[in-house]
Design a binder for this molecule. Structure first.
Ligand code: WTA
Length: 648
């Protein structure tokens, strides 16, 4: 079995680690037996404007869930990520920007330059009317201005909501309206894999439905032609010319909101996950240092997009709080060819490379030759996030990229958790390919039976919950605390419910088995089946739709749609293509259906509930074990579904 495969930390890793095995064990023990003392000490890694006196004030008791950390302290996130480094590392590079096109020049921004740009950006936002507490939507490609915009919001106490630049105008307007943003920051166009993305055009379309937006701050990126709306749209390159580089950071309470980030759940529209100032920054910074074993002066690269939580915590906030050099890459792994990432590693002498299993599998598919054209000897540590990594991909990564010299950290966490939760610490915890291993400081995972019984044996299988709060935890769903409580604390009272299934092996290692709810994980991106279904039924020819996931070699999961057409409509390949494009347009290309099956009827119980279990089995091409179908209103639909299955 794969859990027999163990990789002990190398001697080099042990000799150089910030956290030895003994230290990990002692610190972990202290973090859960004396959280107040432990976190009081750890919080000293941040600069506080006003020191806190209280550390932890949290309750998971349903329905009065409340989470507060360092609640009477004050600090500013941008000052922690920039200003406090100026004296010691003003001329050190903070951000290396690597463009989509390998022939174009990369850019290096020192901490001093970052300070100037962010201060200017903050002053421009202020001049557009942004105030402490206002929500600013950021819809930008992977360019340094995305980091400037986030940090500028943090500097003045505005709350940012970054929307991934691959989302459609509809998805964008929904998110702008949900949090009542008055300002949107965008660019003329983005570049990705040699293609341009019409960001400003998308914003113009979205804003037809957003009455609350007063100003659009527009970054000139490609120089492409865009419509500029007089009085509403302001060019950053013009406004910044007059803007002062002096902008004192706002003193923020530790529990003031820092950002909202929308993520998919099992029901309804995406929810605005809200993170606050003190606990989040502490979590991002401490995990970045310990999990990547980050050493001063190293070049660190997280390949995520700033539109996802991984980009927030591990491109921007964690690394910059630690005075690191962080890489921002505009492009994709396989353009112009499958060696693009390895070129970037060679060019910038990257020591830590943090990516997603789906990217690894795609590059694995391109063939090992592509990995042999570049010098990868600068690498020290590899990391993965987003979905379980299959042991084959782990081994490929270890051999061909790490050359059997690099530790690998498989980090399990979620938008909701703010940062790493279950992960090896290199040099302290042996890796088992496919396992996220052990909990980080302060994290108390428990495995519950589906009925909610805590499994006390070391070896256990069930749903993954967390027993007590940690500083990086989300505080609420923006504007809907009841939804926060019901999503995460209602099913299993007294615990935070992650939505993931897991197994704990005989060594106490955690193996995440994937979502137990109706959330899909497509190439490491979270999508709710409900979102895709509602996009499909919005099409005039569709009467009903049900969406499930199925195993996909590269993407981890693929999107399988069962569609019932309005009576009188005919099934055709053209309509399939039309529906696929429709979903892309409604949500974004990441939601593009992989398979569409015409289903004259869906398997429903007599009370009308769709039996997803059956749909999943058919989509997985595993219809031999459908279980009891006698409770179906019309058992006959199952034969039709099997006969017309798409995944053979
Ligand atoms: C999955 C991304 C297994 C999991 C940071 C979780 C993982 C969801 C891993 C959160 C991992 C993330 N091993 N599964 N190392 N990392 N997941 O909110 O299902 O986009 O619940 O956060 O991704 O996705 P999210």
């Amino acid at each position: 079995m794969s859990d027999q495969l163990i990789f002990e930390p190398s001697e080099t890793a042990i000799a150089n680690t910030l956290t030895t095995k003994e230290q990990y064990e002692a610190l972990y023990e202290r973090s859960v037996s004396d959280p107040d003392g432990f976190w009081r000490e750890q919080a000293a890694r941040l600069d506080w404007i006003k020191p806190f006196t209280k550390v932890k004030n949290t309750s998971f008791a349903y329905p009065d869930v409340s989470i507060k950390w360092f609640e009477d302290g004050e600090l500013n996130v941008a000052a922690n990520c920039i200003d406090r480094h100026l004296e010691t590392r003003g001329d050190q590079i903070a951000i290396i920007w690597e463009p989509d096109d390998p022939k174009a020049d990369s850019r290096s921004i020192t901490y001093r330059e970052l300070h100037e740009e962010v201060s200017r950006f903050a002053n421009v936002l202020k001049s557009l009317g942004a105030k402490k507490g206002d929500r600013v939507t950021i819809y930008l490609p992977m360019i340094p201005e995305a980091a400037y915009a986030m940090l500028a919001c943090a500097r003045i106490g505005a709350v940012h909501s970054v929307v991934f630049a691959g989302f459609s105008p509809d998805a964008l307007s929904g998110r702008i309206n949900d949090c009542d943003s008055n300002i949107v920051v965008t660019a003329d166009e983005g570049r990705r894999g040699g293609k341009v993305v019409p960001l400003k055009k998308n914003v113009d379309a979205a804003l037809k439905d957003c009455a609350g937006v007063e100003k659009v701050l527009l970054v000139r990126n490609t120089g492409g032609d865009v419509d500029v709306s007089e009085g509403r749209d302001v060019w950053w390159h013009e406004a910044s010319q007059q803007a002062s580089t002096d902008c004192p950071p706002e003193a923020m309470n530790a529990e003031d909101p820092l950002f909202i980030l929308y993520t998919s759940g099992s029901t309804g529209k995406p929810k605005g996950v809200l993170h606050t100032t003190g606990g989040y920054l502490l979590w991002a910074s401490l995990t970045h240092e310990r999990v990547f074993d980050y050493k001063d002066g190293e070049v660190y690269w997280c390949t995520a997009d700033v539109g996802w939580v991984t980009g927030h915590s591990y491109i921007v906030y964690g690394p910059l709080a630690n005075g690191a050099t962080t890489v921002m890459f505009e492009g994709v792994p396989n353009w112009p060819d499958a060696s693009r990432h390895w070129q970037v590693i060679e060019r910038h002498k990257i020591a830590v490379y943090y990516t997603a299993p789906t990217a690894i599998r795609a590059l694995m598919g391109a063939g090992v030759d592509w990995t042999q054209k570049n010098d990868l000897s600068s690498l020290r540590l590899l990391g993965t996030v987003g979905e379980p990594i299959n042991p084959e991909a782990w081994m490929w990564f270890y051999r061909n990229i790490g050359k059997e010299n690099c530790e690998i950290v498989d980090t399990w966490w979620q938008t909701e958790t703010g940062g790493h939760m279950i992960t090896p610490l290199p040099g302290a915890i042996a890796a088992k390919p496919g396992s996220a291993t052990k909990p980080f400081f302060g994290v108390q995972p428990v495995v519950l039976s589906p009925e909610g019984q805590e499994q006390t044996d070391t070896e256990a299988q069930g749903v993954l919950c967390i027993k007590d709060s940690w500083p990086g935890q989300m505080r609420t769903v923006y504007g809907d605390h009841a939804r926060f409580v019901s999503t995460y604390f209602e099913t299993y009272k007294g615990y935070y419910f992650s939505g993931d299934g897991c197994r704990r092996d005989e060594d106490g290692y955690y193996w995440i088995t994937g979502r137990v709810d109706d959330v899909l994980n497509i190439s490491g991106h979270r999508l709710g089946t409900a979102e895709i279904e509602s996009a499909l039924v919005a099409h005039p020819k569709v009467s009903e739709a049900a969406v499930v996931g199925y195993p996909h070699d590269v993407k981890g999961q693929g999107i399988y749609c069962y569609v019932t057409l309005m009576s009188g409509e005919t099934e055709s390949e053209e309509l399939r293509a039309e529906l696929r494009n429709w979903v892309r347009k409604e949500i974004g290309p990441i939601a593009s259906p992989d398979m569409i099956q015409w289903a004259p009827g869906l398997p429903k119980t007599r009370s009308g509930k769709i039996m997803r279990r059956i749909l999943r089995k058919v989509a997985e091409n595993d219809f031999g074990s459908l279980g009891d179908t006698s409770t179906l209103a019309d058992p006959g639909v199952v034969d039709d579904l099997i006969e017309h299955r798409q995944n053979r």
